[in-house]
Every structure is written in C-alpha cells, then in structure tokens.
Design a protein around this ligand. Structure first.
Ligand code: FAD
Ligand code: NAI
Length: 471
C-alpha cells in the first residue's frame, strides 16, 4: 500500500511526488508517455514539448536574428551567416533529453517509485495501470494526486494534419516555412511566431478577439503589439477563422474580418488554448466533481473526495508550470498534515518574446473594476543606461500601488529581462512591500533592474532619471 500515488509526471506531478517522498510518504508516480526507444518520458508537457524546447528555440533563433540583423550596428561584421536547422533542433532535443533524464535521477535520489502506463482511478483507494504491453496492475494507495496536465485544443475548422499542426508539431519543423499562419495570438502564437519569424518565415497571426493580450495591462498590450508588428508578426485582430484546408504542399485558410479573406501558407499552427486531460482518468461512479472538464478543487487542491487531490493544468487557474509545481508541494505537505498554501494572487506570467512581457498582481483595468484607488509609477527603458548599452531600450516598467498605503498591487514590464525584473518585484510583494520600500532599496548600476527602482520612485513622483508629474 502506497501513501501517495501521483498520476502524471509533469512539473505538477513530479514535484508533488518528490516532495511527498521527502516527507517520508511512500510514493509512486505513474506516467504513460514513452520515448521512441520505449523508455518512460518523464517531465510532462513542460520538459518534453513545452517550456523547455520552446525556450531553447527562442534562444537559438534570437542569436541567429541578432547575427544577421543587429551585430552590424555594433561594428561586428560576420560573413556567410548560415542556418543549420538540424543542428538547432538537435541542440533542443539534447536539452530536453538531459532534463527529462534528470527527473529519473531525482526520482531515484528521492526514493520515488515510478511506473510506465496509463493510470485510471477505479476506487477511492485504487488506481489501475494499463502498461504499454496492455497488462494491468492495480495499485492500492491512501492518497491519489491527479496531475494529468493538458493538451492542445483542436478546432473543427482546422483539423490537425501534415501541414496544420499544434505547438508540438511547430517545435519540430524540418525546414523553415516560407510563410507561416498561426491561429491565436496568445502566448504560444507569439512565442513560436517569434521563433519562426526570426528564422525567416513570413508570419501572419489570426486572432479572434479585437483586443491584443487582454490578460495583460492595457499599456503593455499596446506597446508590445506595436513592437511585435515592427518585428514582422502580422497580427490580424478581430479575425475569425472560417476554414483551413490542408492541401498537399500548403494550407489554404479563409478568415472573416468584416469580409471573407483567403490566405495560403506553407504551414499553419493552431494555438487557441489547451484543454485539461480529464477523459477516462477515473471510473464514472467515483463521483469526482467536475467543472467545464476541469477537476473541481478547493483552495488546497483537494477534490470533493478528501483523499483525492488534483493539481496543475487539470484544475482552475493559469496553465503554468510554476503554478502546478507550487500546488504539488502544497498538496504533498497537506497530505503529510503540514500547513501549506499557495498565494494565488501572486502567480507571475512571462511571455518569452524579445523583449519579454511579464507581470504579476493586478493590472489597471482589474483595479478599476474592483474600485481600488491606486497610484501609477512608470519608467521607460529608453532612459536606462544599461538598456541603451545593450541595445534593448524598448518598453517600460509600470508599478501600481494602493493609493493610501502605497502597497504594491501589480507590476507590469515589457522590456529586457522582464521576467527577472517581475520576479524581484514579486519577492517584495510577498513581503508586503510598498513602492517606497522598493524606492529605498539600493540597485546595482548599471542594471536593467534599475528601471524597477525608478518606477517605484516614480509612484511617489521621486524618480531621478525622468521628469515627474508636478505635485
Ligand atoms: P503536464 O506537463 O501536461 O504533464 C502531465 C503528464 O501526465 C504528461 O506527462 C502526461 O503524459 C501524463 N498523463 C496524462 N494522463 C495520464 C494518465 N492517465 N496516466 C499516466 N500519465 C498520464 N508554462 C510555463 O510556466 N512557462 C513556459 O515557458 C511555458 N511554455 C510552454 C510552451 C509550450 C509550447 C506549451 C505547450 C506549454 C508551455 N507552458 C509553459 C505550460 C506548461 O507546459 C504547463 O502549464 C505544464 O506543463 C503543466 O504541468 P502539469 O504537470 O499540470 O501537466
Ligand atoms: P492562449 O489562451 O494563451 O491563447 C489563445 C489565443 O487564441 C487567444 O488569444 C484566443 O482569443 C485565440 N483564439 C481562440 N480561438 C480562436 C479562433 N477560433 N480563431 C482565432 N483565435 C482564437 O493559448 P495558447 O497560446 O494556446 O497557450 C496555451 C497555454 O499554454 C497558455 O495559456 C499558457 O498557460 C501556456 N503557455 C505558457 C507559456 C509561458 O508561460 N511563457 C508559453 C506557452 C504556453
């Protein structure tokens, strides 16, 4: 009898399994995904087909783009710059292999057992595992953690095929498509659109909504939209896909933006969101409450059945690796009867474009909706010495703090190392900092983080390197 059985080994599941085992609980992790050679493939979407391979290609494509477009501005002239896509893909695959193999070692070091197969909950204390050879093993356990993740949504108007692909297909193109269509100007559309645009594709993104990045602060959305357009991403807002046909060598689409318009691409990526993997993971009579195909949980990720928990992309909240991992730790701690909780108001988000878009906490529209009085501090990277020196002076840092107490409520950044800058802000927010606290903190010069410092000073009209509003 196990104390904990985790179904799924993504960043939610493997972290939960390791923490549970560290806490002395006898733990098993079940993973169905296998590699071509038959070995288990640990690490879930994030390590195999998500965060890691996409960031690897974002980095490689950025270096290539820098070499061809920007190095001459620095007085560096390189002749005969070439693209070897096969090597770029191999580098990505090797990083994935290293990290997924690392999870096996972490499991071994932390005494987490793991088994290859598809897990299905058949009673409150029993999980049935169907192994690759179709044999079945029933496993008894005191607690079950569902961490089965999510998969790309397929839409009827653009069925996946040879040239119509999801994010996984778009991470492994064999050659750079001359023209690339993308359905959805969300995070995947922008990240993978950037990758292929930098490598030479002419990228068109079809987005159904009229607003660009509606989840971000409106100033950030406006500024980043301008920059992405300048970088060559042709983003068509308010455009509804009507049909996409996978012809032999290309894809023909029809979309509507006041009138029907057709376009043809070499490849089409459909990135319209992800759906939770909740089909057939438990017998119907188990009685786990569901909501819109997500597993319903309380703030501690406990389902309506007290010994069954669910974490990561299968439950409410943003589909982000770090959110799932923190939930995994919380659940392991709670199963061990320790106190733990996740601060859902401070989940950071980063779009790894260049420059990055990152934010944490509430944005201006959300504060207005909630009727919270607030102050704004802003600092442009154009006024940052370091940003100019490194040729990355686009964008700004924006801080929103509560009008009376000055407590920081949201930080929004578009610019160099935005993800890292937001992380610094988040740490201060976890400790309840005010913008004055950040303003009184010393920052190294010259760093791009100084923009955070100046934005904090600007909240109270005390910025040094930009003009302030008259008091
Ligand atoms: P998953 O990572 O999806 O893992 C679930 C695992 O469960 C899988 O391995 C699956 O095989 C297994 N499984 C499913 N059903 C069963 C079953 N019945 N039995 C056994 N095993 C099963 N997030 C970020 O935070 N940062 C990023 O930069 C980022 N980039 C991304 C880029 C792309 C292209 C994509 C697609 C996603 C990205 N994400 C990113 C999102 C991130 O990958 C997910 O939020 C994260 O992987 C969710 O973790 P999870 O553990 O809940 O599920
Ligand atoms: P998304 O939800 O970010 O964006 C999907 C976009 O597609 C939305 O703008 C939506 O309006 C649009 N859309 C939906 N249906 C459409 C249609 N029929 N026609 C045109 N547009 C349509 O989803 P995405 O990009 O697929 O990513 C899924 C999730 O993966 C993200 O929400 C995020 O949680 C995670 N992710 C995180 C990353 C990161 O943290 N850097 C990177 C990549 C993915």
């Amino acid at each position: 009898m196990f104390d904990v059985v985790v179904i799924g080994s993504g960043p939610a599941g493997y972290v939960a399994a390791i923490r549970a085992s560290q806490l002395g609980l006898k733990t098993l992790c079940i993973e169905e995904s296998i590699q071509k050679n038959g070995d288990v493939s640990l690490g879930g979407t994030c390590l195999n087909i998500g965060c890691i391979p996409s960031k690897s290609l974002l980095d490689s494509s950025h270096r290539y783009y820098e070499a061809i477009k920007n190095l001459p501005n620095h007085g560096i002239n390189i002749q005969d710059i070439g693209l070897d896509l096969e090597t770029m893909m191999k580098r990505k695959d090797n990083i994935v292999k290293k990290l997924t193999g690392g999870i096996s070692s972490l499991f071994a070091q932390n005494k987490v057992e793991h088994i290859v197969g598809r897990g299905k909950i058949i009673s409150h204390n029993k999980v049935e595992v169907t192994k690759p050879d179709k044999s079945i093993e029933n496993i008894e356990t005191k607690n079950i953690i569902i961490a089965t993740g999510s998969s790309p949504i397929e839409i009827p108007s653009a069925k996946f095929g040879k040239n119509i692909v999801d994010s996984t297909g778009a991470l492994s193109f064999k050659e750079v498509p001359k023209s690339l269509g993308i359905i959805g100007a969300g995070i995947i559309g922008l990240e993978l659109g950037s990758v292929w645009s930098r490598l030479g594709s002419k990228v068109t993104i079809i987005e159904a909504l009229d607003d660009f990045l509606p989840m971000t602060d409106k100033d950030i959305a406006k500024e980043s939209f301008k920059e992405f357009k300048k970088q060559g991403l042709d983003i068509k807002l308010g455009s509804k896909l009507i049909s996409a046909k996978d012809l032999k060598g290309s894809v023909k689409i029809i979309y509507n933006n006041e009138k029907d318009i057709d376009m043809e691409f070499d490849k089409l990526i459909v990135a319209v969101g992800r759906a939770p993997n909740t089909k057939n993971i438990f017998k119907d009579d188990i009685g786990i409450s569901m909501s819109n195909n997500f597993i319903e949980v309380n703030e501690f990720c406990q389902t309506n059945i007290p010994n069954i928990w669910a974490i990561g992309d299968v439950v409410r909240g943003p589909m982000l690796a770090h959110k799932g991992s923190e939930e995994g730790i919380m659940v392991a701690e709670r199963i061990a009867n320790n106190y733990a909780k996740v601060n859902y108001s401070l989940v950071p988000s980063v779009i790894y474009s260049h420059p990055e878009v990152a934010w944490v906490g509430l944005n201006e529209s959300e504060l207005e909706e909630k009727g919270i009085q607030f102050k704004i501090g802003k600092f442009p990277f154009a006024a940052s010495g370091r940003a100019l020196a490194i040729d990355q002076s686009v964008g700004f840092v924006k801080i929103l703090s509560e009008a009376k107490s000055d407590t920081i409520l949201g930080v929004h950044v578009f610019g160099p190392s935005a993800g890292e800058i937001v992380q610094q802000a988040l740490i201060s927010m976890e400790f309840g900092a005010s913008s004055e606290d950040l303003g009184m903190t010393m920052f190294s010069h010259p760093t791009v983080s100084e923009a955070l410092h100046e934005a904090a000073l600007s909240v109270n009209n005390e910025a040094i390197h930009i003009g302030n509003r008259t008091k």
